[in-house]
Ligand binder design. Structure first.
Ligand code: GLA
Length: 738
């Protein structure tokens, strides 16, 4: 709910358990951030703006205007006029000057949530959310700024975005546009972020916040393996179960910066937006720029509550399309099975064996097109290689369909290999700096999709393949980051727009794809999990989480990913052993238990794995069918973290009606002469009694122990010490009474 208190000039945005207060002060109508935190009964806290103490407001003490700018908690701070903290908006006028300052002009409160043109964003109906649009201006520049806030009524989430309009007579440049900012007191916060690398994505990092600026960012042209568009400031004593959390997540897949600055007065400014590096957007009179959306979550109930807010928001208000709430077909992907060495017969061999075991879809990965016999050529030549795929694609897909399986295919549409027909014909279609050799990465360049003819051509080739056979799934890959930024279609003073124009083009192309092929299941991927973010989730309900599918490596990767994203979005497969990335051998059951926490599938040559492993697949398929509704739709809780305790990992999902739950426990290294572990369950109903079934403990159903939710949550259960390394147990709870 959003209320405007006219006399006090205060906006109050309420979610079920949080409030957000904005105030307008002084005759110059500065917009200040009053409060974000536990839900307040009223809007009387404007004293937090501290304008009754020196330096007061400029209307009362103009001689210290600079001091006011440098300590006032701005809702949307601008640069160049005396606030020396990191700003959210920086400009350069036609005359080359950088200062700006915003004043409130008007506002409106709308039911529901407007779309952000060309950008991914969360959505909601009039019953589900309300939106506040504050219009402000800098009349010296001739600039109008719209601050957009949406408060959700069933979730502690507030989203923000910003639109800048040139209302003047001359052009100006935006050199920085962030989407959200929080000016607060520092209360000894810790900062939580996700960091990583290829094959090591989204590991959780927590460290104390210190003076100065600390940030996580990417200017790699994608949200990246390395840092993640997420930042949380938490009380030093915050745990999974309790304590304050301020979190921001960016609904964007390109360059970003998320930062916290602790200033001289122990204030903290937390902000998030498109990275400033190589960003410069020209606005001619009448033109506008829409910044992407940032999602903010506040809770005083710890990280579990933050996670639950993000999961619920994304499940209900971000994912779209046919598969949003559907069980996804269990797939087998041939990448680690064959790499580039396959043909129709090999694919059919895998499919025949897989179909007998209950696997539902065959995905043909990289290598089916053009002259693609290795990874150094042919990207851009999206024509079936009939030497490999003898009989053609339609034949192959028909044969697979006859086995009762669906068929999926891999593309990397954003790329071009220097050794490709496409590049030979259109060398200027790659992003490049003129007269400078481009930096190759995996022997490829990035296409300049900001050019209409390039986008149309690539999309046309891709759509032709999809129309030529019954293709029901696409893996959209992106295997290099951007560099050498330059487009021959843009004038010199618009080259700084290319990173963002590129992202808009990728979004447009994916939108076109899911619009033209509404039944298609789209899975995004970027060398594993290099572009796993809410922006991509708006187009594809699942994203390949990491090229590292080793069960133990996946513990930290999936823990970090699930901190924000629903389990239904995490691409997870049972892969070959010894693992192709780390060389580790883990039990087949453990690999399956961990992949069950995601979309589930296989990435191995099912015709070659040991017979005892193959024999287990039908059992695993049955488990997927038994548990996937619960895993996809249930509430997720983190019970223990191997990254922290270095012994075991444990997570739990609970159905919305609290009548069913699944706990996954992974004991990493076994210990000699050790006893069972006690774990406290979460999210159950105190009064319901549950049957507790530990998979592999061969108990008959009637003999299963029955305990109340109260006991299971407060006293916990014992998980036996297991012989052998890398052991997993699934613990299934079903309500019997209450
Ligand atoms: C990326 C993906 C892999 C695979 C290869 C193919 O690395 O993450 O899963 O598709 O590309 O080249």
């Amino acid at each position: 709910m959003i209320t405007y208190y006219e006399k006090e000039r205060i906006f109050k945005l309420d979610t079920p358990n949080s409030s957000y207060l904005i105030g307008i002060v002084d005759e110059e109508n500065f917009i200040g951030h009053i409060y974000y935190g536990k839900r307040l009964a009223n809007a009387e806290a404007s004293y937090l703006l501290r304008i009754q103490e020196p330096p007061y407001v400029p209307g009362r003490n103009n001689r210290e205007r600079g001091a006011f700018y440098d300590c006032f908690p701005f809702e949307y701070p601008t640069g160049g006029t005396g606030d020396y903290r990191e700003c959210c908006l920086a400009i350069r006028t036609a005359g080359g000057h950088a200062g700006s300052m915003l004043s409130y002009v008007s506002h409106e409160i709308l039911g529901g949530k407007p779309e952000l043109p060309g950008l991914p964003a969360t959505f909601g109906t009039q019953e589900e959310c309300e939106t506040l649009r504050i219009i402000c201006e800098d009349k010296y520049v001739g600039m109008q700024v719209e601050l957009l806030y949406t408060a959700f009524s069933d979730n502690d989430v507030i989203t923000r975005s910003v639109k800048i309009v040139n209302t003047g007579k001359e052009h100006f440049y935006l050199t920085k546009v962030y989407s959200a900012c929080l000016d607060m007191d520092n209360r000894d916060y810790d900062m939580i972020s996700l960091h990583g690398s290829w094959a090591r994505e989204r590991h959780i990092q927590r460290k104390p916040l210190g003076y100065g600026i600390q940030n996580v960012s990417s200017f790699r042209g994608e949200s990246s393996h390395q840092d993640h568009p997420f930042l949380a400031l938490v009380d030093r004593h915050t745990t999974q179960e309790q304590g304050e959390v301020y979190a921001m997540n960016f609904v964007y897949s390109g360059n970003f910066c998320a930062q916290a600055e602790v200033s001289q007065f122990d204030y903290v400014r937390m902000s998030m937006g498109i990275h400033q590096e190589n960003f410069c957007w020209k606005l001619e009179p009448g033109e506008e720029f829409q910044a992407p959306e940032a999602v903010m979550v506040y809770t005083d109930r710890g990280l579990d509550a933050m996670t639950s807010a993000f999961h619920r928001l994304y499940r209900k208000h971000l994912l779209r399309g046919k598969y949003k709430d559907l069980k996804r077909p269990i797939l087998i992907n041939n990448w680690e099975a064959t790499y580039f060495d396959f043909n129709t017969e090999k694919i059919l061999d895998i499919a025949r064996e897989a179909s007998k075991l209950g696997i539902e879809m065959l995905v043909m990965d990289d290598g089916w097109f053009g002259n693609r016999y290795f990874d150094g050529c042919a990207l851009g030549d999206w024509v079936v290689n009939e030497e490999k795929i003898s009989g053609g694609l339609a034949y192959l897909v028909d044969e697979i369909n006859k086995l009762g399986m669906k068929f999926g295919i891999w593309f990397e549409p954003e790329m071009v290999s220097p050794d490709s027909d496409l590049y030979r014909e259109h060398p200027d279609w790659a992003i490049a700096i003129p007269n400078r050799p481009g930096t190759e990465s995996r022997q490829q360049y990035v296409l300049d999709l900001s050019r209409r003819e390039v986008l149309d051509h690539v999309y046309g080739m891709m759509a032709a393949v999809l129309r030529s056979a019954n293709v029901e799934y696409v893996k959209w890959d992106m295997n290099r980051q951007l560099s050498d930024i330059g487009s021959i279609a843009l004038p010199a003073d618009r080259q700084g727009e290319l990173y963002h124009r590129y992202m808009l083009a990728v979004y447009e192309m994916q939108n076109r794809l899911i619009h033209d092929f509404p039944d298609l299941l789209l899975e995004n991927c970027s060398s594993g999990g290099g572009r796993f973010d809410p922006g991509m989730l708006y187009y594809s309900p699942q994203i390949w989480c990491s090229d590292d599918a080793d069960a133990i490596e996946r513990l930290a990767i999936q823990e970090g990913t699930a901190l924000l994203y629903p389990l239904s979005t995490m691409g997870a497969h049972v892969s070959d052993c010894p693992n192709h990335v780390v060389g580790r051998t883990t039990p087949f059951d453990t690999r399956a238990a961990i992949a069950l926490a995601g979309t589930f599938g296989y990435e191995l040559d099912v015709t070659k794995i040991p017979e005892e492993d193959r024999a287990k697949i039908p059992e695993q398929v049955a488990m997927y069918h038994q548990y996937n509704d619960l895993i996809r739709e249930g509430d997720y809780y983190r019970i223990a973290s191997y990254s922290q305790n270095h012994m075991y990992d444990c997570w739990q999902v609970v159905s919305e009606d609290q009548r069913e739950s699944l706990v996954t426990f992974v004991q990493v290294l076994t210990r000699a002469n050790y006893k069972s572990r006690r774990i406290l369950l979460k999210g159950l109903a105190e009064n319901i009694r549950y049957k507790v079934h530990i998979e592999k403990d061969k108990l008959e159903m009637e003999e299963l122990p029955v305990y109340s939710g109260d006991t299971l949550m407060k006293a916990g259960i014992l998980v036996p010490n297991m012989p052998g390394d890398f052991q997993a147990r699934l613990i299934h709870l079903t309500a019997v009474e209450g």
